[in-house]
Structure formats: structure tokens, C-alpha cells
Write a protein that binds this ligand. Structure first.
Ligand code: ADP
Length: 587
């Protein structure tokens, strides 16, 4: 958080009255709601969450064992805020924006000591600033005054802070600067540096939200093909343990066509986050060949941090996302998992002895979730440009029961729902996105994009696939009662076509070099190939060929190899020809 500058603590020190886990009360503290305070002799970071007369309640973002009544509490007089500037890409932060690698070097361990601080961005590093304005230019809040190559992938736009007035440029720097040195000066005396601070609970200003019309292309067939997410849209991935939430989120982080990825590991089981922290820095970015971290910021609530820090993870992450949105980028934010954040709210709320709502969650759970997702969107920016934040939240409903409050409240807000299914995962059908329960409310508004960028009959052929899968669902119920052989021949054939849809198209192996990513053209062509089989097969059936003979043709099993085919265009050309020839040869 904003330890970038030495915060001048105001002199009215308070005194700890009680300590209850992450919740501490203090007396005689002159503070406002949401002020950041330093608690106890060790100066643990906390935030004011309630004030009643002389008694201030604080949630502490660090472990409080050993902290006792009588120790001092200092108010910074500042709200919880993040340091924004070049250097955030390729960083791994904890929930209060302390860079884990810097601290690790400082302390020689990944487990942070309490009260240890480091600024969110490197204050000493010099960056090569290339100006984009000259003396005499008029600039307004949000305008870009210059660019810094933040990583090999990302150009960091240096902007007039949103809370500046703006004016005429008087002097412009060019060359190497630290984030705190002035690079542009305005006639009203305002000095622009590469460093901004922003209170995390306050959305950064932007113009109107627009209706998103472009998909966030994920490279996953079931997501792009059936349940697309818009750039600027919201999605939830609920799923029981082991159903593939983490793999799905990581596939999005790796393959989606976002410019910037902010990945929040919000108190998911400690070792899972360690995996992400260890894996991500090794991964190449498939789009550029550069390291994936060059366009990624990881925020990890390490397992030794108390629950309260989960909340700051979420707010820190979304604020960083907004800052890159303000540069005109398409940002994708993943939060894994929002359930752990909700549990943190429940714990704090119960320690405050608030009136509990459903299943002990606080009554404001719905409001907090919607405030978070509300910060997603495709925005007109204050500088006249456009930028977007897509938010994908994983939800971990206990026992996979989607009727619990966090899943239900999330469902009311998000517009894409990727329901992971334990049964599918058990059958090794991955991604285990259940096609009956999942949905996307963006489908209609995104169809024109797919139709003009991929194929003019995108929506028609998707609808065909949806209809076949629906019919399969209904037929399966009958099959369970009377067996497959009792079905009429055309329905038996429909079941075979549906099987290809599931096995050849919906299933996609994240661990296979080729299949892990499927470009929209390939997603489309694979579906067309299955439809070709369908159409030719039904012609053959009508001509009197029995269904067993139809499904027995040599070419049919090759449908299942389309996903892993490297030269997929040739593969599918040939396959379609063979399907047609072999089926026509039957009559
Ligand atoms: P969760 O986070 O829900 O507990 P994971 O994401 O860790 O579950 O997934 C559990 C396992 O399922 C993975 O280790 C992997 O073997 C398998 N899996 C999940 N998704 C896929 C996928 N798309 N392709 C291949 N295997 C997958």
C-alpha cells in the first residue's frame, strides 16, 4: 500500500483495548472510517471499519497473535490505497501490495514477518521516459503525457492523474527517471510523475459504460462457442473442489486475448497459490513468446495472512486493473476464489457481532459482491479513449451446492455462468463446464462480432449444436428407462452426433500442446465438420442405411482427433471429404 512515501502519522495515538483475531479495538484514536492505522508495537497494518464514540474497530491485515491491550495504535489519516506506476507487471504482491519477491530477498523466506514493509513499486529504479507532449500542449486529467517500456510486452502510459486539474504543459522531460521524479510540469504548478496513488475502495473515474460488443476470446471451445464472455463482461466459475476451477482460470490467464491479466489468489488453499506463484513466472505468453508475467500481475494472499487480507486482495487487484484500463488496455481480472473473501466478511462480521444474514454471511454480502463486479465494464475513458475490465470470479460452494448464498448472490450479478460439474470431472470430461446449467447473456450482442470476424453462420451453427445437445439430454432420460435399442433409428443417430459434439468439440485438453488453445476459426470448422457428418449421416439413413453401418465408417473416429491436429485446416478438409465419400458409398 501507500508506503511509497513516508506517511506522516498524525500525533493522536490511540491505545489497543481488545484483540479478537483480526479484529482489534482501540480507544482515543482520532480516525475516520477506512483510515489505515498501524497497530501495536510492531506496527501491523489495519483499516478502520467501525467507529462508535471513543471506540474504534480495526481489521488488521496481519497476524495478531501476541498483540495485547495497551499497545499503541497510530493513524495515518489516509485511506487504504495502492501505489500505481511502472513495475506492477511482472510483480507478485500480497494482499496489501507488498511485493513478495522484494520482501523475500529482504527476509530470505516467502513467509513475511509482520510489520515488514516495502513500497508497491520500486522507487529507485530508473525508467526511460519517452514524452508524447510538448511545451504549449493543453492536457486534461487522464491524458497520456508519455510512455515507458514497462516490460517487453507492455508500454506503460504515463497519465495526468484523474484528480489533477490539467493545464498547459510548461516543461517536459526526456530520458531516465525514477517514478517519483517529475517528468512533466503544467503551468498551474502541477507536477506529473510516473507514480500515482489511489484509494482502493473508490473506483477510478471513467466515463459511461458502453455495451460490450467484442468477445474476450478464450481459445476454449466450450467458452467461445457456447458461453462467450464479452471484453468488459463478468463471469463466475462455480465448482466443487477438483472440478477444474484453477485450470480454467489459468487457461484464461494464459490464452485469453486480454492485454493485461490481474490474477488474484484470494486465500484459496495455500499450496494452490504457491503453485501459481511458482508456475506463472516460468510460462511463456503464447501470443508474444515473451514471459507470461510480462503482462501479468499476481496478487497472492499467502496462507499465513489472516482472513481480513483477502478483502484487500480483491480491492487492490481491481484498482490495479482500473489503472491499466485507464491506459486504454483490455484487462482481464481473475479472482480465485470469491468464496474465501465472502468467508472473511462472515468472520469479521461475526466478530463485530453484527446481525447475521443467510448462513451467517453479513447482510451486506450481496452489496459487496455487486460493488466489486460493478467495476468491470467497457468504459469510455476520461481521456476520450476506451478500455475494458473483464472480471471472472471463481466460487467454491461447499459440497458443490450452488444454492448457497455466495453462488446465488454472484449469479444475480454476473452475466456469464460457467458451471463446473463434479460428475463431468470424474468422467474426465474437461473442461467440466456443464452445458445444461451454464449460460451467457452476452451471446446475442457478440454474435455480430463472430459473424463478421469468423463465419457468417456462427450463430446458426451454434444453435444447431445447442439443439442437438438439448435433444440428447431428453433422449438420455428415455434411454435410461428402456435402453438405446428401443429408440427409433433417427434418434439413435442423434445420440451418436451428440456424442461427437461432447467428445470431439466440447472436451478440450488443457494439458495437450495443440489442443490447449483453439482459435475461433478452428472452433468453427470443427463444429462444421461434425455438422457435415450429421447431414450426410441423415441422408444415408433416409436412403435406408442402418445406423450401425453409418457410425462404423472409417472416417468417423477421426472427428475425435480434430482438436489435437496441428495442421487442422488440412486435417478437416480431408476429413470432410472422406466422411462425405464413405457415407455416400453406403447407398
Ligand atoms: P479445482 O481448482 O476446482 O480444485 P483443478 O483446477 O485443480 O480443480 O483441477 C483438478 C484436475 O483436473 C487438474 O489437476 C487436471 O488434471 C484436471 N483438469 C481440469 N481442467 C482440465 C482441462 N481443461 N484439461 C485437462 N485436465 C483438466
Amino acid at each position: 500500500m501507500s508506503q511509497a512515501e513516508d506517511i506522516e502519522t498524525v500525533d493522536e495515538d490511540g491505545e489497543i483495548e481488545s484483540v479478537s483475531g483480526p479484529v482489534v479495538t482501540a480507544t482515543d484514536l482520532d480516525a475516520r472510517m477506512n483510515d489505515v492505522v498501524y497497530v501495536g508495537d510492531e506496527g501491523l497494518m489495519g483499516e478502520v471499519i467501525e467507529i462508535e464514540g471513543n471506540l474504534t474497530t480495526i481489521q488488521v491485515y496481519e497476524e495478531t497473535s501476541g498483540v495485547s491491550p495497551g499497545e499503541p495504535v497510530q493513524n495515518t489519516g489516509e485511506p487504504l490505497s495502492v501505489d500505481l506506476g511502472p513495475g506492477m507487471m511482472d510483480s507478485i504482491y500480497d494482499g496489501v501490495q507488498r511485493p513478495l519477491d522484494v520482501l523475500e530477498d529482504k527476509m530470505g523466506t516467502a513467509f513475511l514477518d509482520r510489520g515488514v514493509d516495502a513500497p508497491g513499486i520500486d522507487l529507485e529504479k530508473e525508467w526511460e521516459f519517452t514524452p508524447e507532449v510538448k511545451p504549449g500542449d493543453e492536457v486534461e486529467p487522464g491524458d497520456v503525457v508519455g510512455v515507458v517500456e514497462e516490460t517487453v510486452t507492455i508500454d506503460h502510459k504515463v497519465m495526468v492523474p484523474p484528480d489533477y486539474e490539467g493545464g498547459e504543459v510548461t516543461t517536459v522531460g526526456d530520458g531516465e527517471y525514477t517514478v517519483e521524479e517529475t517528468v512533466v510540469e503544467l503551468d498551474n504548478g502541477e507536477e506529473i510523475t510516473m507514480h500515482q496513488e489511489w484509494p482502493v475502495r473508490e473506483a477510478r473515474p471513467a466515463g459511461d459504460k458502453e455495451t460490450p460488443t467484442e468477445p474476450l476470446v478464450t481459445g476454449q471451445r466450450v467458452q467461445d462457442g457456447l458461453f462467450p464472455l464479452a471484453k468488459g463482461g463478468t463471469a463466475a466459475i462455480p465448482g466443487p473442489f477438483g472440478s477444474g476451477k484453477t485450470v480454467t482460470q489459468q487457461q484464461l490467464a494464459k490464452w485469453s486475448d486480454a492485454d493485461i491479466v490481474v490474477y488474484i489468489g484470494c486465500g484459496e488453499r495455500g499450496n494452490e497459490m504457491t503453485e501459481v506463484i511458482e508456475d506463472f513466472p516460468e510460462l511463456p505468453d503464447p501470443q508474444t513468446g515473451n514471459p507470461l508475467m510480462a503482462r501479468t500481475c499476481l496478487i497472492a494472499n499467502t496462507s499465513n495472512m489472516p482472513v481480513a487480507a483477502r478483502e484487500s486482495c480483491i480491492y487492490t487487484g481491481i484498482t490495479i486493473a482500473e489503472y491499466y484500463r485507464d491506459m486504454g488496455y483490455d484487462v482481464a481480472l481473475m479472482a480465485d476464489s470469491t468464496s474465501r473473501w465472502a468467508e472473511a466478511m462472515r468472520e469479521i462480521s461475526s466478530r463485530l457481532e453484527e446481525m447475521p444474514g443467510e448462513e451467517g454471511y453479513p447482510a451486506y454480502l450481496a452489496a459487496a459482491l455487486s460493488e466489486f463486479y460493478e467495476r468491470a465494464g467497457k468504459f469510455q475513458l476520461i481521456n476520450g479513449g476506451e478500455g475494458s475490465i473483464s472480471v471472472v470470479g471463481a466460487v467454491s460452494p461447499p459440497g458443490g451446492d450452488f444454492s448457497e448464498p455466495v453462488t446465488q448472490n454472484t449469479l444475480r450479478i454476473v452475466k456469464t455462468f460457467w458451471a463446473l460439474d463434479a460428475d463431468l470431472a470424474e468422467r474426465r470430461h474437461f473442461p467440466s463446464i456443464n452445458w445444461d446449467e451454464s449460460y451467457s447473456l452476452y451471446t446475442d450482442q457478440l454474435d455480430p462480432w463472430w459473424e463478421s470476424n469468423v463465419a457468417s453462420d456462427w450463430a446458426t451453427i451454434r444453435q444447431w449444436a445447442v439443439d442437438v445437445l438439448d435433444e440428447e439430454g431428453e433422449l438420455q432420460e428415455i434411454v435410461q428407462l428402456v435402453g438405446k435399442d428401443a429408440l427409433p433409428e433417427d434418434q439413435q443417430l442423434t445420440l451418436e452426433v451428440a456424442r461427437f459434439l461432447r467428445e470431439a468439440w466440447l472436451q478440450q485438453n488443457a494439458l495437450h500442446d495443440v489442443d490447449t488453445y483453439c482459435e475461433p476459426e478452428k472452433t468453427y470448422r470443427m463444429l462444421v465438420a461434425i455438422k457435415t457428418f450429421n447431414d450426410e449421416a441423415f441422408d444415408a439413413l433416409e436412403a435406408g442405411v442402418p445406423p450401425e453401418e453409418i457410425t462404423d465408417i472409417d472416417a468417423a473416429p477421426r472427428l475425435n482427433r480434430m482438436g489435437t491436429a496441428e495442421e487442422w485446416n488440412e486435417f478437416i478438409d480431408e476429413l470432410e471429404n472422406d466422411l462425405q465419400e464413405q457415407l455416400r458409398a453406403l447407398y
